[in-house]
Design a protein around this ligand. Sequence first.
Ligand SMILES: Cc1ncc(COP(=O)(O)O)c(C=O)c1O
Length: 903
Amino acid sequence: MASARDYYSPTQLRTDQWSALREVTGSLGRSAPNEIMADDLAKAEQLFEELALIEPYWAFPGMVAFDHMRRQLEHSSFEDLAFTVHRVTRALATGAYRRRSIPLERDSIDQEEHDDEALLTTEARALAKPYFEVLVVDSVSEQQERWLKDNVAHMLRPEDPFVYEAVVVPSLEDALIAVMFNHNIQAIIIRPGLLLKSELNNEVLRSYLNRAGTQEEIDAIPPENLGPELCRMLARVRPELDVYLVTHRSVEDIANLDLGICRRVFYNQEDFLELHLNVIRGVEARNNTPFFTALVDYSKQPTGVFHAMPISRGKSITRSHWIQDMGAFYGPNIFLAETSATSGGLDSLLAPHGPIKEAQELASRAFGSKKTFFATNGTSTCNKIVVQALVRPGDVVLVDRDCHKSHHYGMVLAGAEVVYLDSYPLNEYSMYGAVPLRSIKQQLLALKAAGKLDRVRMLLLTNCTFDGIVYNVERVMEECLAIKPDLIFLWDEAWFAFARFSPTYRQRTAMRTANNLRERFDSDAHQRAYDAQQEELKDASVDLLLDTRLLASPDARVRVYATQSTHKTLTSLRQGSMIHVHDQDFKGEVEQSFHEAYMTHTSTSPNYQIIASLDVGRRQVELEGFEFVQRQLEAAMTMRRAISSNPLLKKYFKVLSTADMIPKAHRQSGVTSYFDSDVGWTDMWESWENDEFVLDATRVTLSVGGTGWDGDTFKTDILMDRYGIQINKTSRNTVLFMTNIGTTRSSVAYMIEVLVEIAKELDNLLDDASKMERLSFERRVENLMEKYPPLPDFSRFHDAFRPDDITPEGDIRTAYYLSYDDTNCDYFELDGTLQDMLDAGREVVSASFIIPYPPGFPILVPGQVISAEILAFMRALDVSEIHGYRADLGLRVFTEDALGKLA
Ligand SMILES: Cc1ncc(COP(=O)(O)O)c(C=O)c1O
């Protein structure tokens, strides 16, 4: 029996088991009766036994067909069995079962089987009615199940936009397993007969239950509450689905319960038509793409264009003698959909009232925000909008210093007093981690002690970081609110839009956490816990406050913003981004300034194709985000396992584990890696629920120092030039492989093949190397792996830019504009003048942002004192790209006179 340690995902387990069954039944089918191998028989029986624990959660092939195959085995009808299993596995692999019914009898003809499903044209696929499955939760006999399914089947009408099949499971536990496993499920009908416990004891699948609640929590559900509780638990794990509750309980009873994502309550068990109409309407609501549809409709209308945009309807191209190739390359539709019109069914992004407004509202529902705004020029712009909308000149903002450059520029524009927070360094790999909560609390408490808390406005953090470090969002927000109850949070989720669609990841997103905090702060239990803690913490020392997990006052305001580059992790054209808002004080305090900030940064000619792609990307995640993110995780995990268990690859490469990237003090669960070749898989859930930091498993950081090449050379000269593999982040001795929802198993396989080839070449090279060549290789490796310049902390703002020397906030805007006057600046060479100045004890202050790639964020900002550590780091950097640094002149610094004038 497969164990949870052997399989990262039950979907993979299912795929593997069906293909093993195809192989063994194929072999049985080809054997003459006297050649049947006992081993094959035993293996087939075992596979059937294992699949019997999995198949009840899927509509295809369905338990009737499955039991039929089992009987074929029992009756030694091996040829028939081989045929049926072949057809099932093929239909599963191609997804053909979604498009038509698959005849499984041997003499049945499946005409279309010969048309290779994979080769279906995009148009043919677009015309097929989408397929999904409806989960019915009820404990019924086989006969009743047939009756239920027949009833469901009879409801389907030719005019329905979708087709669906029913899957029936008997219990609450089975329902939770089903929605975590079967990604085809879009709607759940809970009937009054459901039970609590699952009878199928599959360890891999049971491990899913902890996503919905602890086993004690599940076991304690009273029988009369099973239906409502299931509604609530489903909301925790799959909030995008639709649930319908059929119940006998009185309307008054039900009205007092939290029914999670229940769309409607039914009292008549047999009103199948009403249920059917609701199911279809529910899925239609997610499938609806108001702006994309409006744009498609617009493109079909005959119009005469008498305003700007000659490219609109392709007119300037089709009449051209010279740019016909552009028309040929893009095809006509994109130009038919290019327009600057804001009427005729379209809308204006700057003042949305039609389909763009609607599309934003749907995105808000999908991402769990109170309000969502689209942006057509990336998260760089979203960040500036949020900062400008909320931060007033002189407000104190706490920012992780390795944040994206858009935040630094945002701080300049807003005139913020900035407190830069240091992330923990990973010197060995030349990268930063994230900011420990303790140091955030320390800064807030220091500002409080200095009487400046009322000026503190915002905490701005990157979640997850480029390298995949993920904060414990709930803990950070709650503990900070315990010190400053109206603190505003901006979470830069440029890399994290997909997280909403995995139950494990969702709990660390800004929007889910904002919702959770709102609910929790409202509860009596929280009020009691808070009062008790306040009593305990009376006259507490700073150390005690730092060591205690602080609870926020129930009166704290939940004010949370998240910016996401939809285009980085989900389906959207480049620059498609969203701002999600859950701010209790938005309406009263922010709406107007947000509008102004949005106007400041948004083009008056936003790109409609980008907006349409955001709308379609939202549709996709609401209907198949769960499936795609699951698949992405599987691809990343396959990569981890393949590299970690290949002896040849292990010689030169190492996948950095959680333990490599997160110091022990921040990993309370003790989890050290997601995969270990000795131990197998670790369930991510526990660490994601509790640890201060976790690692986004979809990002695989590979240490390549063992090859003797630095990260940049490995990326450009080896992966890109030789093998056409693109990656976009490196450090001194690592490269980052990012998977995304489009990553396929075959692209992972290709990547592994390439690594194996590189490792073999290195083996050959070293085999034939002279002693000197070998020594030179070892030196290069040693240099990359053991001699690393320590990453410097943010030093401090020069006194000229600080209100006092009690707390560290600095006025970056004054420093930034001071450098506009060239007479205020001078240039010093790194290993000449500058070093001498520091040696002589002079304070030298940067006049610019200095951004080396990698690591890709400013190691100096305007107004920052250049420390000996920063200079040493810059001198040790062997990267060629340092933005803001002029190799011919040196580092731009302020003159003493300029600083003196400010003092
Ligand atoms: C953390 C972070 N925030 C914001 C951005 C900017 O996003 P965009 O490229 O959508 O403007 C990036 C880009 O890489 C980023 O890494």
